[in-house]
Design a protein around this ligand. Sequence first.
Ligand code: FAD
Ligand code: SF4
Ligand code: SF4
Ligand code: SF4
Ligand code: SF4
Length: 411
Amino acid sequence: MTAKGEMVYAWTTNADLAKKAECGGAVSGLLKYALESKMVDAVLAVKKGIDLYDAVPTLITDPKEIDNTAGSLHCGSLLLAKLVKKYVDGASNMKIAMTVKGCDAMGLYELAKRQQVNLDNVLMIGVNCGGTVSPVAARKMIKEKFQVDPDTVHKEEIDKGQFIIEYEGGHKGISIDELEEEGYGRRTNCRRCKMKIPRQADLACGNWGVIGDKAGKATFVEVCSEKGAALLDAAVKAGAVATEAPNPKGIEMRTKVEGAMLKLGDKWRKKNFEGLGEGRARLEKIMKETSRCIKCYQCIENCPICYCVECSTKKPYLVPPGEVPPSFMFHLIRFAHIADSCVNCGQCEELCAMDIPNSLFMHAQQVALEEMFGFKPGVDMKLPLLALVDEKSERERLSATGSDQIFDIFK
Ligand code: FAD
Ligand code: SF4
Ligand code: SF4
Ligand code: SF4
Ligand code: SF4
């Protein structure tokens, strides 16, 4: 029996699946097994759409379709967490296994503690994540820096610190450091991200630490929960997935790479946050940038922390309607409601119609609040500092009971 904390190299025993997979196909093998064995009702994963810049979330109930989701899409900057809340009723009536990057896992935890997702029904297969490149930025980078027509690229990967493309007529790799020095590369929130190995998931899977003859052919799996251990054990027993003990040098290397990535995250945080200035200068900068806002609501629609039925930004006495740009109160409301719990997923920036660096503004505040009060969002079920409520039904219930708190934080 595998136990929480154990580590293994793992791969799928299905040769066809292994060919399509990124690093041996343990993740797809486990997802497929979970569905076939009816451990879950559906799998939520990501498949390639019209091209490799187009990552499409997909809910699968037929195990055969898992094969279409194998492989890592580094231009897949989407967030899966909110889809669970939006489209499958927070997994309230359905068991789901899903692949999660660090930000997906963090988003799920923040939704779960607000009772918007039922984590008991979610099996999280975490993937380590060095970062994603926005599809538009990736096309621009490939055209300008790689001097390759982005439409001729049929494969991309991030390996040993390089962004590598394969295209009609050859392949090319350029170091991520060099790309980022020149303004290309990963999304800025990913550069600041410090959720590299998502241990709040049930399993944390990645290629870091796989060395020797298994390099590229197996995935390093860290077992992070009993649920994860049960899935792995059952899949091995059924012959869907095979495992072996990891090379001790590989374990060491994985720890070192994780440490280096965390340092890099700190470096980017310092650089980005210092670039925002301090105090009044920071406020003026935020006011200037947000004055481009056209009130398209994409930031609210896609933020995992925003789920209120009646959003305060739509209340005429707070944000006068019919004004573009909206009053600064629109952004102040978001800062007040979300800053303590922002998981730096980047959606509010990625999808902003006016390219306003919203996630930078929110993340800078989150980090400052974390330093002040110690609350770290997205890692466990601890409640946020300000657990105020804005749901109509909840308000009605609370006014009947005389309290204005979702959670009694004063207990
Ligand atoms: P597969 O069987 O190929 O399954 C991959 C799973 O990932 C599928 O379920 C697929 O739907 C899902 N997926 C693909 N793209 C995305 C996406 N954009 N968002 C969410 N899910 C997605 N490992 C490291 O050790 N270091 C890294 O720096 C690192 N960076 C990664 C960055 C990204 C964007 C992704 C998706 C993965 C990254 N990994 C990293 C994990 C690694 O690439 C493999 O996914 C992992 O080793 C599992 O391999 P596999 O063959 O078992 O996966
Ligand atoms: Fe990966 Fe972190 Fe970026 Fe999410 S925010 S895609 S976990 S690097
Ligand atoms: Fe993600 Fe932006 Fe919401 Fe933060 S504020 S959790 S970066 S969408
Ligand atoms: Fe987001 Fe606040 Fe609107 Fe709720 S009220 S959706 S937390 S901005
Ligand atoms: Fe304004 Fe951008 Fe939010 Fe749209 S996504 S409402 S433009 S800040």
